[in-house]
Ligand binder design. Structure first.
Ligand code: IVH
Length: 697
């Protein structure tokens, strides 16, 4: 009786938490008006996660806990769209736009147009039934797309349950998933720190992220979603704008920058305004979409096989400039990757003077047939540095010759190599090539790695030139006399550096692992690997298969790690760092209880409320030991969903106890839950809806 009472109280609490946390999400992501602190939010979310782990059958697939993602891999099943997802006719010319407007005005009378931003991301269709998100599907070929629901659930601004009233029982709403510049810049900083090529632009980054296998990765990338089209049989209003306004009251993020226009002049004014003003938006746009407002008129106008006749996209001319290519430099990164950089005759482009542009690799030089002395077009899209997009062949000098790509490293002279599947050339001389060594040391001491103050790029180069710093381990052999004797470096700076070096010995293991600069092992990946394996020795000894078992580690990363440790030079550096006293083990958390004292546990399969690594951490927190394989030494197995049948058979044969997640949690019960944070009294909901129209002019 008592058990049942707690259970019903728990379930009631789950429902309260779900509702309240969703309200917080909405305030944060859609209204841009957070109502509680991140700390309180995290504590409540954790409480809900714990309850969901305890009552997995009661967990809502649209629970706010889904927003942080899970390690369930998304399968991207192909599904048919209920309403085909058409594309848009587009034009770059205002003359063509004028013709389109004339044609519409001839075919339907008293027409109203709606002008809106063209978001530069990737299209998505969201299906709702009775106010609950059922499915999120990519455009695919327009008829069928990929089901990416688990990933889309992590996007804070996509409502999983609708608010307000008046929405049809079944409908689809479409929009664009995009990566705001702030998220894009952060992602690229992380990629560069991990030695990976940066993403070319926010559009590619958004599309790539949406197809990630792990929704946890998606959750962290900071995508956003604005909706711009509703499809359904029982829509409440007869016009596009009214339905979108209604959608905004149902909790969707709808653009604030839409305007009803009644003439070509008004449309052109809207375009002209946004052609400059869009540069102040926090996300990328590539044009303006003009739609006929009335559904009845849309039906009269109909569609071609590809696109509706009632809408058109006016695309902004990407900003480009014509200038001469003077020379090409080749930069060598810390991983040895060679990046060609074009030196240009300075030219004005989108408000800045451009002197350099990126050309990604040899293939691109060949594809565009870029030659020294050519007049080339440079463009600035969402990219960080401008790029060369085309050669003006009519201005090619008569004596020009095809560009010959370098065959040897411009820094150390080693012959360059090309690895399979890599577009770039690499200098293989990692232990002696100067920019690679300096780059690795700069990375090692950087803020998110060992954070050694006082050791900047210039000092590192100075030390290298004086033979005092040949690799990262040499940092721990630096002595005050040597340092103080160097030109430009007095006693004070020397002492400062050595203090920083000393302090770095207490940097936690996951950051040491990141600092090593193993290819593709960024800050977050390092954290996952450190948590999974606990010690550097365990990582160094792991096979590709074992490494791939850690969260977020795919085969590319796993191979890079094994290659790193297969290299004798790297192993000796690691040994020297170890002797210097760096942390090569994860710090054990304080024990929560001794419930599993002396017990060996295997965690297997997938769990509802926690990731596998969280489960393993729980085992250790409660005094137990994690083992990877089932053997007679194992005290019990905690089996999640889909534990392999072979493992189960083996356990049964050996007589090892199998517990499910709930039984395991009961066993360690008494673990202090996250302190209960109270849910504030419900806030009065805003009666009025956000104005959509007329915010602009
Ligand atoms: S309406 C049937 N409105 O542009 C009409 N599309 O180039 C469906 N897009 O596939 C599209 N912003 O991914 C519409 N305000 C907007 C848009 C928009 C961006 C994208 C969308 C579409 C593509 C066509």
């Amino acid at each position: 009786m008592r058990v049942r009472m707690t259970q019903s109280k728990d379930i009631q609490r789950m429902r309260e938490l779900e509702q309240y946390l969703e309200q917080c999400n909405y305030q944060y992501y859609v209204e841009n008006n957070p109502t509680i602190s991140d700390f309180e939010f995290d504590a409540l979310l954790r409480e809900l996660q714990d309850l969901e782990a305890k009552y997995p059958d009661e967990a809502d697939p649209n629970s706010p806990t889904r927003r942080v993602g899970s390690d369930l891999t998304s399968e991207f099943e192909s599904v048919e769209h209920r309403y085909a997802m058409q594309s848009l006719a587009n034009t770059y010319s205002s003359e063509e736009l004028g013709e389109w407007i004339d044609r519409i005005t001839r075919e339907v009378s008293d027409v109203e147009f709606v002008c809106e931003l063209k978001f530069d991301g990737t299209a998505i269709s969201l299906c709702y039934e009775n106010g609950v998100l059922q499915r999120a599907v990519t455009r695919g070929d327009g008829k069928r797309g990929d089901d990416v629901t688990n990933n889309v659930r992590t996007i804070g601004s996509v409502p999983m349950k609708l608010r307000g009233e008046g929405y049809p029982a079944v409908f689809e709403i479409r929009g664009e998933i995009y990566m705001p510049y702030a998220s894009f810049d952060r992602l690229n900083r992380e990629r560069e720190a991990a030695g990976e090529a940066p993403m070319a632009n926010p559009r590619n980054a958004a599309a790539g992220t949406l197809k990630q296998q792990s929704s946890q990765v998606v959750a962290r990338r900071g995508l956003d979603c604005t909706l711009y089209h509703i499809a359904g049989d029982n829509l409440p209003f007869a016009t596009h704008i009214e339905n979108l306004e209604a959608a905004s009251t149902w909790g969707f993020k709808v653009s604030e920058h839409m305007k009803v226009c009644r003439s070509r002049q008004e449309i052109e004014a809207f375009i002209a305004y946004w052609d400059t003003e869009r540069k102040n938006l926090p996300f990328a746009t590539d044009g303006i979409v003009i739609k006929v407002n009335s559904y009845a008129q849309q039906r009269t106008l109909g569609s071609t096989a590809k696109a509706p006749r009632w809408a058109v996209a006016y695309k902004f001319q990407a900003e480009r400039a014509l200038t001469r290519l003077v020379s090409v430099d080749f930069q060598v990164g810390r991983t040895g990757a060679i990046t060609p950089v074009a030196n240009l005759e300075p030219v004005q482009l989108a408000g800045t003077v451009v002197k350099r542009a990126s050309i990604h690799n040899a293939d691109q030089i060949a594809a565009l047939d870029i030659r020294l002395g050519d007049m080339v077009y440079v463009e600035k899209g969402g990219e960080i540095i401008p790029k060369i997009t085309e050669v003006e062949l009519s201005e090619r000098p008569a004596d020009s010759k095809p560009f010959e790509y370098i065959t040897h490293c411009p820094e150390c002279g080693s012959e360059l190599v090309r690895y399979e599947g890599e577009a770039k050339h690499f200098c293989p001389n990692s232990s002696e090539c100067k920019p690679q060594i300096i780059g690795r040391i700069v990375h090692f001491v950087s803020r998110k790695a060992m954070d050694i103050e006082g050791l900047g790029g210039e000092t590192i180069e100075l030390l290298w030139e004086n033979g005092m710093l040949k690799d990262i381990a040499d940092i721990y052999d630096l002595n005050p006399q040597q340092l103080a004797a160097l030109p430009r470096l007095g006693d004070k700076s020397a002492a400062n550096i050595l203090d920083g070096v000393r302090a770095s010995k207490s940097v936690p293991f996951e950051r040491v692992l990141f600092a090593l600069g193993i290819r593709f092992v960024g800050e977050t990946t390092a954290k996952y690997i450190a948590t999974h394996f606990r010690t550097l020795d365990a990582i160094a000894a792991a096979t590709v298969e074992e490494l791939s078992e850690a969260e977020e580690v795919g085969s590319k990363i796993a191979v890079a790690i094994t290659e790193y440790f297969a290299d004798e030079h790297n192993r000796s550096i690691v040994e020297r760092l170890k002797s210097a006293g760096l942390k090569f083990e994860i710090e054990e958390k304080q024990r929560s209880s001794n419930a599993l004292e002396g017990k060996s546990v295997v965690i297997s399969g997938k769990f509802v409320g926690r990731s596998r690594d969280d489960m393993k951490a729980l085992v250790e927190e409660h005094g137990g030991r994690n083992l990877a394989a089932v053997s007679a030494n194992v005290d019990f197995i905690v089996a999640g969903e889909n534990m392999g049948p072979a493992k189960r058979q083996k356990a049964e044969k050996l007589g090892v106890t199998i517990l499910n997640e709930e039984e395991f949690m009961a066993l360690i019960e008494g673990t202090p839950a996250v302190e209960q944070v109270s849910i504030p009294e419900p806030q009065p909901t805003k009666e009025e809806t956000k104005p959509i129209q007329g915010t602009l002019f």
